[in-house]
Design a binder for this molecule. Structure first.
Ligand code: CS2
Ligand code: MG
Length: 410
């Protein structure tokens, strides 16, 4: 199997519109596999982890031994888990799956058991500084063919809130959470103002756009468990598909209190990076959707295991798909999403034209559904000649502070 031994491992960092870390693995036969190693606001930590520690270990190893390589990088590192390690492992894992599928001459989803559906229902981002602007944004997403929309709104009294671009009417794709600069920007937060405002907004959206529209909302980790319980209950009349990250889940048990008080479906996990982070959450049926991405949860090998476990509890996937998941990570998500039995929905925050220009992609969006395409492998290429025009620029996710200056979850 000389041909499939790894000849080269490259860590490519560029900032076309936003920063992406792309891993490229090349075998002696010249087969290329790509992986996404982008960890928003901490990109260079993963790049160094890969370049300085992991890449030297893989030169000369067999690219086809995906599971063995995963175990080597997880157990062999001694220091396990966490977003940096699991994002690094994910990039290698996906690149090896890309290679194996290309050698097999099949689209990756065929190696994952084949298609379990014709397409993956996708949700768009809609946002507004006020209800009329939000309604326009939702209608714009519907006009693009989306059947599901996540709605985020500004909150009176707060200068800046997650999911809402600074400039009014700049459209849903103008929002990029990480901002370039020497220091993170500071946003203010007030849970009481948010809890007073959001139910009324969802009420108006549901009233204006009818019962069929699939509606989602992201509380973005900012509420205490009892506040989250109250929000979940106040949103029940508006039939949300899910309420996301209603409270931080560092303490997985905190969701018990939320579950006790509301039947609004819950989604968590975009910041969770391993199956152990879901142990209590899944076993006690505390959520309805797993939000981990292939990129931040150890790759296809690892996320498939988490989703298989979740499937036992009828918990479905809702993979994170914001713009800090690169087109490579997005493609990997779609191949897994097409194959798994317990698919729920896929986030589709479209990349800017500048970001997209650095990649050739083959996934499609038709009538509300995403499909990974049928090219061998992932179906994505990295365009060095374009990406190289955008050298790395540091950017930070914002920091949140309460009115009294206390640091709060962003
Ligand atoms: C968000 C993300 O899309 C989402 O659900 O939670 O936009 C998140 O803020 C970013 O990915 C953080 O990098
Ligand atoms: Mg989120």
């Amino acid at each position: 199997m000389q041909g499939s031994t790894i000849r080269n491992v490259e860590v490519l960092v560029a900032s076309p519109g936003r920063t992406f870390v792309t891993l490229r693995v090349t075998t002696h036969d010249g087969v290329v596999g790509l992986g996404d190693a982008t960890l928003n606001g901490r990109e260079l930590a993963v790049a160094a982890y890969l370049r300085d520690h992991v890449a030297p270990m893989l030169i000369g190893s067999d690219a086809h031994r995906i599971e063995d390589t995963w175990q080597l990088l997880f157990r062999g590192a001694y220091w396990r888990r966490g977003p940096v390690t699991m994002t690094a492992i994910a990039a290698i894992d996906v690149a090896l799956w890309d290679i194996k599928a290309k050698v097999a001459g099949l689209p990756l989803f065929q190696l994952l058991g084949g298609a379990s559906r014709e397409g993956c229902l996708a949700y768009a981002h809609a946002t507004g500084h006020d209800v009329p602007e939000l309604l326009d944004s939702v209608r714009a997403s519907l006009a693009e063919g989306f059947r599901a929309v996540r709605v985020q709104t500004a909150v009176p009294g707060l200068s800046k809130v997650y999911g809402v671009p600074s400039a009014p009417s700049s459209g849903p794709y103008a929002y990029e959470p990480a901002s370039r600069g020497t220091l993170p920007s500071v946003e203010d937060w007030d849970s009481r103002a948010y809890l007073r405002h959001v139910p009324g907004v969802l009420e108006q959206v549901r009233h204006e756009l009818g019962p069929e529209l699939i509606l989602l909302h992201d509380a973005h980790h900012r509420l205490t468990p009892i506040e989250a319980a109250r929000l979940g209950r106040s949103l029940e009349p508006y039939d949300l598909f899910w309420l996301e990250d209603c409270t931080p889940v560092d303490n997985q048990e905190s969701l018990r209190l939320v579950r006790e008080h509301t039947t609004t479906p819950l989604a968590v996990g975009e910041v969770l990076s391993s199956i152990w982070d879901y142990q209590t959450i899944i076993r006690e049926q505390l959520v309805d959707f797993v939000r981990s991405s292939v990129v931040h949860a150890g790759g296809i090998t690892s996320l498939r295991r988490i989703l298989d476990h979740a499937g036992m509890y009828q918990i479905r996937s809702g993979m994170h798909g914001a713009t800090d998941i690169s087109p490579v990570g997005q493609a990997a998500a779609l191949h897994l999403a097409l194959a798994i039995p317990n698919f729920g929905i896929q986030e589709y925050m479209k990349h800017s034209a500048t970001s997209l220009a650095a990649f050739r992609t083959s996934f499609t969006f038709t009538d509300g559904y995403l499909h990974p395409g049928t090219e061998p492998g992932l179906g994505v290429d990295y365009l060095d000649e374009v990406a190289d025009r955008y050298p790395y620029e540091r950017a930070y996710l914002p920091v949140n502070r309460l009115k009294d200056g206390t640091v709060h979850d962003w």
